[in-house]
Ligand binder design. Structure first.
Ligand code: NAD
Ligand code: UDX
Length: 463
């Protein structure tokens, strides 16, 4: 099948960048990204390409190149569905906050809405691609909706999970470790797989395109995220032991990472992992395992989350303890609010939970993050519903300048590993602080010996 029109439902952190790269690499295909959120679409269409709603290094240049040529952002969902041969579903699949599976299962209501809308609109055969991360066997439910509510046309469902990481999305999309496509083993299924393979083949080498059955593909995405998060919880668990024994977690990570069977990546001890994916996807995996009665499997993976929560808590407790067991009315600067560097995304960022704990201890938080607005900081705290918005507003301030944020504070906590933090004039920061001047480096990015030489009391993770 010759593909000339693609539609993607969901203009978020995945839909936006993924479709921008497809459009850039396949100028012969018209790519339309649609979303119900009109404000988000307006931002994607902003004349100044630097105002697109997602900050990713290199993304605005890609959008500038393709937008208006063969990349379009629109709220006209029905029209885009009608015209496209391939429809990607890239909507959010958050953890359920109500009913059965609350706090664990993936909320599939947005996925179901998409399926129903596609069924209603489609007047010719379509390939529907699960780009969102979904529980294994979701394709079955989507197929049932499409086949039972549609207009009698044929649908092929493919699973094509996205492995990009935020902050490096463009690079990851241009040079993926692999593209995974799961589909039916029938002749029609294989034809649909081939159509999607042909799209990616415009820039991805054939040996990097892996095809499987639908269930393996769906489950591989949850598994990949569970393995990645597990490495972080493993190294973080050992960081606590390092702090008790005189071992240094950076040295331990290097020593084990040189074993080619273990490998060096994803062994950076931290204040805890954040982001919209790891926690949600592991909870989902745990829920699925439990729903099949596999309690040992569920408990095994749940421990990754328990450890991560412990690591965040341990960081805030450490600050309180070190500051003589009280932070009441003390100002503490947070360098970083995003869940990792090079993104403006704050979902599940460790900073939110650490700030929440410290505000609970009546500390005053002064935030500086190069890409996160004060409005976002407040919204993140309000979302936890720990206290009133007014109380959150009293507890946290944001600054445009890091030196201003660090003025008169008792302590500085590093929550995100933005490169610029290591480049600051730390002597100048020290001079403006209350004494003793404490630094809690939740990312182990600062030069500990230099800071100590200046006079800081420095505490990293795992040493
Ligand atoms: P997001 O919240 O940034 O974007 C989702 C968008 O879908 C929103 O703009 C929302 O308005 C829109 N939407 C929801 N229902 C809709 C509907 N019925 N019609 C039209 N638009 C609708 O989410 P995201 O971070 O892009 O994640 C999307 C999926 O990709 C999730 O399943 C996630 O697990 C997965 N994923 C995310 C990442 C990541 O790094 N963020 C990486 C890999 C996979
Ligand atoms: C993750 C997966 O990496 C990606 O493949 C998937 O598609 C989406 O989920 P993302 O959450 O965007 O991507 O970023 P990632 O680089 O995985 O970082 C997640 C969190 O783990 C961040 O808070 C990061 O700071 C933390 N982290 C990462 C560590 O604490 N230590 C590490 O060694 C690596």
């Amino acid at each position: 099948m010759k593909i000339t029109k693609i539609c993607c439902i969901g203009a978020g952190y995945v839909g936006g960048p993924t479709m921008a790269i497809i459009a850039q690499k396949c100028p012969q295909i018209q790519v339309t990204v649609v979303d119900l959120n009109a404000e988000r679409i307006a931002d994607w269409n902003d004349e100044d390409v630097n105002n697109i709603p997602i900050y990713e290094p290199g993304l605005s240049q890609v959008v500038a190149e393709a937008r208006g040529r063969n990349l379009f952002f629109s709220t006209e969902v029905d029209k885009a569905i009608d015209e496209a041969q391939i429809i990607f579903i890239s909507v959010n699949t958050p953890t359920k906050t109500y009913g059965k599976g609350k706090g664990m299962a993936a909320d599939l209501k947005y996925i179901e809405l998409c399926a129903r809308q596609i069924a209603k609109i489609a007047k010719d055969n379509k390939i529907v691609v699960e780009k969102s991360t979904l529980p294994v066997r979701t394709a079955e439910a989507i197929k049932s909706i499409l086949d039972n509510t549609g207009n009698g046309v044929q649908f092929q469902i493919l699973s094509n999970p996205e492995f990009l990481a935020e902050g490096t999305a463009v690079e990851d999309l241009l040079h993926p470790d692999r593209i995974l496509i799961g589909g039916d083993e029938t002749a029609e299924g294989q034809k649909a797989i081939q159509a999607l393979v042909d799209v990616y083949s415009n820039w991805v080498a054939p040996e990097k395109i892996l095809t499987t059955n639908v269930w393996s593909s769906e489950l591989s995405k949850l598994t990949a995220n569970a393995f990645l998060a597990q490495r972080i919880s493993s190294i973080n668990a050992l960081s606590e032991l390092c702090e008790k024994t005189g071992a240094n977690i950076n040295e331990v990570a290097k020593a084990i990472g040189m074993d080619s069977r273990i490998g060096p990546k994803f062994l950076k001890a931290s204040v805890g992992f954040g982001g919209s994916c790891f926690q949600k996807d592991i909870l989902n995996l745990v829920y699925i395992a439990k729903s099949y009665g596999l309690n040992e499997v569920a408990d095994y993976w749940e421990q990754v989350i328990i450890m991560n929560d412990h690591q965040k808590k341990r960081f805030s407790n450490g600050i309180v303890q070190t500051l003589y067991n009280t932070v009441a009315d003390k100002k503490i600067a947070f360098l970083g609010w995003a869940f990792k560097k090079d993104t403006n995304d704050t979902r599940e960022s460790a900073a939110i939970y650490v700030a929440n704990d410290l505000i609970g201890e009546q500390a005053k938080i002064a935030v500086y993050d190069p890409k996160v607005s004060h409005k976002k900081v407040l919204a993140d705290l309000d979302y936890l519903e720990t206290r009133s918005s007014k109380k959150n507003e009293e507890g946290v301030q944001s600054f445009e300048n890091p030196y201003e944020a660090c003025k008169d504070v008792h302590a500085i906590a590093i929550l995100t590993e933005w490169d610029e933090f290591a480049q600051y004039d730390w002597q100048k920061i020290y001079n403006g602080m209350q004494k003793p001047a404490f630094v809690f480096d939740g990312r182990n990015i600062l030069n500990a010996s230099e800071l100590k030489k200046i006079g800081f009391i420095y505490q990293g993770i795992g040493a």
